[in-house]
Design a protein around this ligand. Sequence first.
Ligand SMILES: NC(=O)c1ccc[n+]([C@@H]2O[C@H](COP(=O)([O-])OP(=O)(O)OC[C@H]3O[C@@H](n4cnc5c(N)ncnc54)[C@H](O)[C@@H]3O)[C@@H](O)[C@H]2O)c1
Length: 286
Amino acid sequence: MTIKKVLVIGAGTMGSGIAQLCAQQGLDAILADVSKELADKGKARLAKGMAGRVEKGKMTQAEMDQVLARITTAGDLACAKDADLVIESVVENLDVKRQVFAEVDQHARPGTILCTNTTSLSISAIAEGTRHPEQLTQMHFFNPPVIMKLVEIMPGKKTAADTVKAAAEFARALGKDPVVCHNEAPAGIVSRALGQLLNEATWMVEAGVAEPADIDKAMKLGANHPMGPLELIDLIGLDVHRAKMQTLRTVLDDPRYQHPKVVDRMIEEGRLGTKAGRGFYTYESK
Ligand SMILES: NC(=O)c1ccc[n+]([C@@H]2O[C@H](COP(=O)([O-])OP(=O)(O)OC[C@H]3O[C@@H](n4cnc5c(N)ncnc54)[C@H](O)[C@@H]3O)[C@@H](O)[C@H]2O)c1
């Protein structure tokens, strides 16, 4: 199956990046959110990011214009009828994701590949939202989707082998190097291992072991990590990070995955990371 048009649902951090990635690879992308205004905001955010790359000489203005021209926006999912493949990247909430796929069912053409970018929710549970669970698979991108080479693909219990194959082929067409998990496991490979590292860093903040900047500096200089764990949580979003830890804690029934209270406090204060302009650090451009 040739994928020419992709519907990306959720115009947040990941969805807008995935739409940009598709458009950069020459595909048409529809970026949808709960309102056209929010979808337009997502598009404006990725335009701003690209403008920065144009300024630095990493992209031409003509390339940027072409990418933007391939991305249309929508405030509802009626446009699913035009899509060959759907990537859901809305908030990490099972009910919301199921509802989204139920709505996609009302409009999508038969055979449309359905993908979820969930970090740690059960693929089989999300697939209960659609009448076509055999057509649904996880396709998990990494932040920022345009840059990061990996896509993790994980089937649910009812996912057809052809769907997994199509998703892997699509990932390769986007210039990615996918890994396919054999069966469902919460949070896949990278998020599970990395989540635990990030979680440990937040426990160090809770215990007052060192300033966040020094925890990050130590991991960069001492472990050769390109980014500190707390910088990375800011980029991922504290709410997204916490949701993942909560799922691991519950599904694996293991207290190792418990997050500290400092994370709850920061979320209550709206310190969600770069998307909110503040998290472990403050970001002046917001
Ligand atoms: N942030 C990361 O680094 C990262 C990486 C990989 C995967 N993910 C996963 O990607 C998904 C999105 O994460 P994010 O960081 O982009 O979140 P985000 O909060 O930045 O964006 C979520 C978007 O979904 C929209 N939305 C909510 N309900 C909707 C609905 N019913 N219909 C359409 N849009 C709706 C919101 O308005 C918002 O724009 C989550 O499942 C998350 O676990 C996140």
